[in-house]
Design a protein around this ligand. Structure first.
Ligand code: ZN
Length: 69
C-alpha cells in the first residue's frame, strides 16, 4: 500500500487508520480511493477545517475524509 499524506497539512496518513472506521464491505472501494492519484485525502483535523471554512472550493471536490487516530 502506497504512502499518502494529507492534501492540506502534509501529515502522514496510515492505511490501517483509514479503513478501520469504515464498513469492512467497503474495503475494496476504499483501497481504490487510496490508490487513486486524483482523489485527495485529508486528515481528520483538516477535513473538519475545510468543511467549516471552505465548503465550496471546486478544486477539492474529490477530497475524501480520512480519520487519523
Ligand atoms: Zn491535515
Amino acid at each position: 500500500m502506497r504512502a499518502r499524506k494529507c492534501f492540506r497539512c502534509g501529515k502522514d496518513l496510515r492505511y490501517s487508520s483509514y479503513i478501520k472506521n469504515w464498513n469492512p464491505d467497503d474495503i475494496e472501494h476504499l483501497t481504490e480511493i487510496w490508490e487513486c492519484d486524483y482523489i485527495e485525502l485529508f486528515c481528520c483535523h483538516c477535513y473538519s477545517f475545510k468543511t467549516k471554512y471552505q465548503p465550496n472550493i471546486d478544486t477539492e471536490k474529490n477530497a475524501k475524509y480520512i480519520k487519523i487516530n
